[in-house]
Design a protein around this ligand. Structure first.
Ligand code: NDP
Ligand code: GDR
Length: 370
């Protein structure tokens, strides 16, 4: 039985990857942070009673900013594969917490690599590093491939650039099986609530149910190559199953403006929206509604711009070239963007229908800041 260790197991990708590896017969260990509230919602379905003799899923408390803790866990677990998914992953928040982001996302990767080296596991343990299309930043060329130069545009991307190169360096210096997956944006119903797709699908669901009036957004012109997280964790697994350790771009090859994602998400809920104005004055107005949407009327403004969501430096256009992954890994996504939008909007409509029922029955729902 193979053993995997996943950092960031409580995140979107960690949850899908853990499920995938358990299905493949792995023993899965995960590192979770101590938190004052439960933070295992996304993996509660995978929980196994530690008293069970056949347990194959185990969580360890830890943090990427704590070397001794990482060394101890890796020594205990002796993993065949480490998937380093843990990170402060929000680009805009990285402008507020740049030093912490560098520590967790940049030096955290070094800590993992160095722990494997110190423990004499360089020939046993394969390492996957969660690199990102944010490395491309300011557009140099499109589509972006493994050969496109980097120009990071946020503290997050700069930290991830260090992580990218230290992974390459340990591979070359110590002959380790360490690889970067340069993943373009990938989403799902498990996506964090403040990333743009999930913010939109949650907002659309609440607006359609009459629980919220409007969605306040930032830069609607940004274009992203969006895929489904389920497809992307398959690629992570494949990257560690090759004869040679290499870096791969994982993307769909199709890019879409944020504005169009908003239109698609509203349409999924039966609401046709058109955009008027430009820049900070741009608004999304309801053009028509399907018969089942009782909460809205044509002419109603459902999208407005709030400049606080603009970033000091923006990544305007991402479009990936997944040719290498297709040819060498045989990787092909199963989801396209319409299927992703449908799944996300349906899931959020369901979630907020339940929340609405609870509210109407007199239960208190906690506020959520976005
Ligand atoms: P999430 O934000 O959903 O999950 C991040 C995970 O990292 C969470 O489990 C979080 O724990 C954990 N974490 C945060 N800080 C630390 C720390 N200091 N020590 C240990 N764990 C920590 O991200 P995703 O699942 O979307 O992304 C997974 C990885 O892939 C990240 O590294 C991200 O930067 C990268 N990436 C993501 C892409 C995407 O589109 N989703 C694209 C390209 C790269 P907690 O739950 O306690 O907060
Ligand atoms: P990104 O994802 O920065 O690409 O990083 P995010 O969904 O946050 O933003 C995508 C684009 O949408 C624009 N935008 C808004 N973004 C947010 N969050 N909220 C808004 O209100 C809003 N309005 C417009 C942004 O300006 C941006 O251009 C994600 C993360 O998962 C990273 O960890 C990962 O490395 C990259 O994807 C690939």
């Amino acid at each position: 039985m193979k053993t995997a260790l996943i950092t960031g197991i409580t995140g979107q990708d960690g949850a899908y990857l853990a499920e995938l590896l358990l299905k493949k017969g792995y023993f899965v260990h995960g590192i979770k942070r101590r938190s004052s509230l439960f933070n295992t919602d996304r993996i509660d379905n995978l929980y196994q009673d530690p008293h069970d003799a056949n347990v194959k899923f185990k969580l360890h408390y830890g943090d990427l900013t704590d070397s001794t803790n990482l060394i101890r866990i890796i020594q205990q677990v002796q993993p065949d594969e480490i998937y380093n998914l843990g990170a402060m992953s929000h680009v805009q928040v990285s402008f507020e917490t740049p030093e912490y982001t560098a520590n967790a996302d940049g030096i955290g990767t070094l800590r993992i690599l160095e722990a494997v080296r110190l423990l004499g596991l360089t020939q046993k343990t394969k390492i996957y590093q969660a690199s990102t299309s944010e490395l491309y930043g300011l557009v140099q060329e499109v589509p972006q491939s493994e050969r496109t130069p980097f120009y990071p545009r946020s503290p997050y991307a700069v930290a991830k650039m260090y992580a990218y190169w230290i992974t390459v360096n340990y591979r070359e210096a110590y002959n380790m099986y360490a690889c970067n997956g340069i993943l373009f944006n990938h989403e799902s119903p498990l996506r964090g609530e403040t990333f743009v797709t999930r913010k939109i699908t949650r907002g659309v669901a609440k607006i359609a149910l009459g629980m919220q009036d409007k969605l306040y957004m930032g830069n609607l012109d940004a274009q992203r190559d969006w895929g489904h997280a389920k497809d992307y964790v398959e690629a992570m697994y494949l990257i560690l199953q090759q004869d040679q350790p290499e870096d791969y771009v994982i993307a769909t090859g199709i890019t879409t403006p944020v504005r169009d994602f908003i239109r698609m998400a509203f349409a999924e809920a039966g609401i046709e929206v058109e955009f008027k104005g430009s820049g900070v004055n741009e608004k999304g107005i309801v053009k028509s509604v399907a018969a089942h949407v009782t909460a809205l009327k044509p002419g109603q403004e459902v999208v407005a711009i709030d400049p606080r969501y603009f970033r000091p430096t923006e990544v305007e256009l991402l479009i990936g070239d997944p040719t290498k992954a297709q040819t060498k890994l045989g990787w092909k996504p199963k989801y396209d963007l319409p299927a992703l939008v449908t799944e996300m909007v349906k899931a959020d409509l369901e979630l907020f229908k339940q929340e609405k029922m609870l509210k109407e029955a007199g239960y208190k729902i906690l506020n959520q800041f976005e």
